[in-house]
Ligand binder design. Sequence first.
Ligand SMILES: Nc1ncnc2c1ncn2[C@@H]1O[C@H](COP(=O)(O)OP(=O)(O)OP(=O)(O)O)[C@@H](O)[C@H]1O
Ligand SMILES: [Mg+2]
Length: 286
Amino acid sequence: MSEAVHVGSGKVRELYALDDHRLLLVASDRISTFDVVLPTEIPDKGRVLTGLSGFWFARTQAIVPNHLLALRPDGRSMECRRLEMLPIECVVRGYLSGSGWKDYRSTGGVCGHALPEGLVESAQLPEPIFTPATKVQEGHDENITREQAAGLVGQDLFDEAERVSLALYRFAAEYAADRGIVIADTKFELGLDPAGRLTLGDEALTPDSSRFWPADDYAPGGGQPSYDKQFVRDFCESAGWDKEPPAPELPAEVVDGTRARYVEAFERLTGIEFDAYLAEPGVVLA
Ligand SMILES: Nc1ncnc2c1ncn2[C@@H]1O[C@H](COP(=O)(O)OP(=O)(O)OP(=O)(O)O)[C@@H](O)[C@H]1O
Ligand SMILES: [Mg+2]
């Protein structure tokens, strides 16, 4: 990659600048759980994330333009337009889980959204809600109120980010429901292109940016098994890991089981065989 300059590493992606206006986002096979990157990789996980993002980008352009320019033949690298990212994470929740459930139990609402009484953990919300968070370099992202988020990006941009995020979530949740997957919640990263247009960046609607639950096993009233990371979480719990780095190495059966779940999520959602994607990544864009 002699033409590209390495400009950063996230927990999962390596970022390269191709020129002043274009980035190459390379999704590695790294996996994190409880916000800690594990020492063991899940083969092809990065390809699943890049392929799924490409699939959704190709289908949501009528809702909002996105940063995708091209998928590279390796299936894990995405050429994209460089954006000025908004300083908020655009989270949409359709179900009560994670920090949303915690917030509901202590305040009766989520991030300032009033909700009916008596909802149980993992319950579907009457309507999807927009619950922005701040980006925190180290550790967990922090939920903020609508007012705080509007203060960070300005009221007009906040309103547009909310409208676009809800529309993206509704589209994808309906699509996934028909394929046996509940998208409980998801996080978008939006930015501005050089013309100042709001544009969808990063990854979108992947198992890493969303909570996917198998619809067949959905049972509100407690936590739900995660579609993709359950083997890893169960193993880490059974190994007695204290959730502080370093995380334990994963045994082969946990790696294989997890890889199979990522591939299954890809195939269920896209209706495309993963091998067909490996042979020609462009199939997800058709
Ligand atoms: N089009 C874009 N222009 C500029 N920056 C982008 C664009 N798309 C994504 N990014 C940034 O690239 C990075 C992607 O890397 P990665 O997902 O590994 O990191 P992370 O988001 O810090 O970690 P995690 O997703 O595990 O919380 C993020 O910082 C994201 O905001
Ligand atoms: Mg990320």
